[in-house]
Design a protein around this ligand. Structure first.
Ligand code: EPZ
Length: 436
């Protein structure tokens, strides 16, 4: 079980190359099931979740071949060619799905292409129960017959899916993506209302159109899809990871450093940029991405800000733990409200072990910053990772803390951050992975 050891206090200086977005790559990989032709995906990040998805696709009959690496945004993303000539199994087994809930994204493509699917329910995870009821209701609106049997979603669509209108009761990234993929091969027009607007959904829609789908309204909350008989292959590059980029922006801020995020797309980071500007952290476009540095306001310290997570284009829930870490060293009190998941404050007790002053009441955490003149700051401690974003918030706190921090269970980190310790140590952080 690997650990990461950090000795805090070094301001980060230098460049960090942003990898391809995990949350775009996963649905794009699933989309390969929709065609018997080759789908080439570029700029894929080297992450555990990507490996899990390729393993799942292989057992559905997809042939995968590494097609080298591809220079993108100052780093080499992996290139994968996927070809599913025949789908040999329409079952997504529990032992794979339980490792990664995004496996549920094969449901829509299997149903669309094979008119049947048996996909394990993903089960909950550390941040919440994470049901898939909206995925199921949406597919039923397109004519699917679905029942739950023995922990599996058993779906059939004799004669294929038909056109229809799906109104999501709340914004769901995964449900939007599943329905979008299913709709591409439906007989007729599908309208998705209250669809998720995350850039990763847009990336999937753009790739599907490159494969011959007919999707309109990309980027908005109403998507119109005219079903087609078949999709062809395509060659598509995954967009840069806005959550990874913003995580490293906060790493620069929490250490009082200055970092250029190579390949970052400012247009996908507007809510974060606005929030950090209020916190006295500037993120401005540069020749090859964005430049992040603290100060420039009426003080050099981090100002406390209130944040409430929301679907895109609001402040991302995937950055809530990271902004909280920053607020623990700000110069006042900050209220952080989590509106998307019901249990996404697992990082709080661990940050408190490092001296953070945080009070949680329901969906809101009050953070009393330890920064500012004479502030006590944070001190290093052994801490436990619980989920992907909570883990990285502990790394961020360790970068600012006095002394040594050891983050345990770093397999959570490896699911979503490619070469994290390499990228940070290249900017001067005293961080290393301990294999025990
Ligand atoms: C995606 O998860 C992301 N994962 C998550 O990132 C991200 O936090 C989330 O979207 C919100 O932006 C991937 O893209 C692989 P949702 P997803 O459906 O699709 C509830 C990370 O750290 N809901 O938008 O599972 C759900 O419980 C991960 O990279 C239902 O009730 O999220 C949640 O409270 C974590 N019924 C809310 O909606 C459903 O059928 C939003 O979930 C579906 C969702």
């Amino acid at each position: 079980m690997d650990k990461i050891r950090i000795r805090g206090g070094q301001p980060l200086q230098g460049k960090i190359a942003v990898s391809g977005a995990k949350n775009a790559a996963l649905p794009l990989l699933a989309a390969s099931l929709l065609t018997d032709e080759a789908l080439v995906l570029r700029n894929l990040p080297h992450l555990a979740d990507i490996a899990t998805m390729t393993h799942l696709l292989a057992q559905h009959g997809t042939d995968l071949s590494m097609a080298g690496t591809h220079p993108s945004g100052g780093h080499m993303g992996q290139v994968l060619e996927l070809r599913t000539g025949d789908i040999t199994s329409t079952e997504a087994p529990y032992d794979i799905v339980r490792k990664m809930r995004a496996s549920v994204l094969v449901l829509g493509p299997l149903l669309a292409r094979c008119h049947q699917a048996r996909v394990s329910l993903p089960g909950g995870c550390a941040i919440g129960t994470r049901p898939v009821d909206m995925h199921i209701r949406g597919l039923e609106a397109l004519g699917a017959e679905i029942e739950l049997d023995d922990g599996y979603v058993v779906a059939r669509a004799p004669g294929g899916l038909r056109g229809g209108v799906v109104v999501f009761p709340r914004v769901s990234v995964g449900a939007t993506e599943n329905l979008l993929m299913a709709a591409t091969l439906a007989k007729g027009e599908v309208i998705l209302e209250n669809a998720a607007r995350e850039p990763e959904v847009g990336d999937l829609a753009n790739c599907l159109n490159a494969m011959g789908a007919r999707i309109e309204g990309i980027g908005g909350d109403t998507l119109h899809i005219q079903g087609v008989d078949r999709l062809r292959g395509a060659d598509y590059a995954v967009l840069p990871d806005r959550i990874e980029a913003a995580t490293y922006a906060i790493a620069a801020a929490i250490t009082g450093g200055k970092v250029e995020l190579v390949g970052a797309r400012p247009a996908t980071m507007e809510a974060v940029t606005a929030a950090l500007a209020q916190a006295n952290v500037s993120i401005r476009p540069s020749d090859c991405g964005v430049m992040v540095e603290t100060g420039g306001g009426d003080s050099d310290g981090i100002a406390s800000i209130d944040v409430s997570t929301a679907p895109y284009p609001g402040f991302p829930t995937d950055l809530q733990a990271q902004i909280m870490a920053l607020m623990t060293v700000a110069d006042g009190a900050a209220m952080i409200t989590e509106t998307i998941f019901e249990n996404r404050f697992q990082h709080v007790p661990e940050l408190m072990r490092m001296g953070a002053d945080i009070t949680v009441k329901g969906a809101t955490a009050m953070v009393r910053g330890r920064g500012g003149p004479g502030g006590a700051g944070l001190h290093g401690a052994p801490v436990m990772a619980t989920d992907l974003r909570a883990s990285v918030s502990l790394v961020l706190a360790g970068l600012a803390a006095e002394g040594e921090t050891t983050v345990n269970r770093v397999y959570h980190l490896d699911r979503g951050y490619e070469r994290l310790e390499e990228k940070l140590s290249a900017c001067g952080a005293d961080i290393m992975r301990l294999t025990v």
